[in-house]
Ligand binder design. Structure first.
Ligand code: SAM
Length: 256
């Protein structure tokens, strides 16, 4: 069966068996897991994952890939393939028993940030997520305060998840080869009490505003949201920039 890679769906298919094995090892699928793959493509990861768990779900937007994935996966287990846009899909609806979901995917680069934000909404039914993304995006996701790449994405993801950058993958592992390097990242939604954010919408609005203009001070970026005197009362200098604050500081700011 022939299928030409579509740019608009961010299609770069994995073909290097060593890299595929390394990714599957990092995911470490167990027979009892409820796995959900986003964008199975031509089933490079789906086949070894399905072999390990026996049945799983996958979400693929490209209608032309559906029969290819179905045919390739049939010998290895029971695949529930959903031909929908992952950005509009309600992942929480896939949880039908006591098992939480384990999400995996070599994500299309053009939708990586919106999909991460969308998945955060379902974090309560997710055990963990392993994604391949553009290396530069993974650096931003895992960045520490004070670093050049630390920003809204870092704070929003680290507030709700433990973020670990695992390893990098070179363009040659894909067909067609992308122009950028990729990395594998693991996200584990936090279960501990310290994560509690009383008003998630206010938290999100505050983080967005704080980083709206990176070179401006907190006092300026948070005008209308938090008074400078209240920032100061928390022991945070209103004259500093958002990139110097830790995730805990943003939680404290959102709580006043
Ligand atoms: N998993 C395969 C692999 O590793 O070879 C394919 C990876 S390819 C980078 C991304 C896959 O996501 C493609 O199959 C593409 O059609 C699919 N995709 C793109 N946008 C999507 C969306 N919004 N919802 C679901 N799948 C999407």
């Amino acid at each position: 069966m022939n299928h030409r890679a579509r740019k608009r769906f961010g299609q770069n298919f994995l073909h290097d068996p060593i890299v595929i094995r390394k990714i599957v090892q990092a995911i470490d699928p167990q027979p009892d897991d409820h796995l959900v793959e986003i964008g199975p493509g031509q089933a490079a990861l789906t086949i070894p994952l399905l072999r390990a768990v026996g049945r799983m779900d996958a979400i693929e937007i490209d209608r032309d890939l559906i029969p290819i994935v179905q045919e390739r996966c049939a010998p290895y287990g029971e695949l529930s393939l959903h031909n929908v846009d992952a950005l509009k899909f309600d992942f929480a609806a896939l949880k039908t028993d006591e098992r939480s979901l384990r999400l995996v995917g070599n994500l299309p680069y053009n939708i990586s940030t919106p999909i991460l934000f969308h998945l955060l909404e379902s974090r309560r039914v997710i055990t963990d997520m392993h994604f391949m993304l553009q290396k530069e995006v993974v650096e931003r996701m895992a960045a520490a305060p004070g670093s050049r790449t630390y920003g809204r994405l870092s704070v929003m993801l680290q507030a709700w998840c433990e973020v670990t950058r695992l390893f990098d993958i070179e363009p040659g592992a894909f067909k067609p080869a992308p122009k950028v390097d990729s990395s594998i990242v693991r996200l584990v939604p936090r279960r501990d009490e310290t994560v509690t954010i009383a008003d998630p919408e206010r938290f999100a609005a505050l983080v967005r505003a704080a980083f709206a203009q990176r070179r401006k001070t907190l006092r300026n970026n948070l005008k209308g949201l938090v008074e400078a005197s209240r920032i100061e009362a928390l022991g945070i200098d209103p004259g500093c920039r958002a990139e110097t604050l830790g995730v805990a500081d943003f939680k404290r700011l959102a709580a006043i």
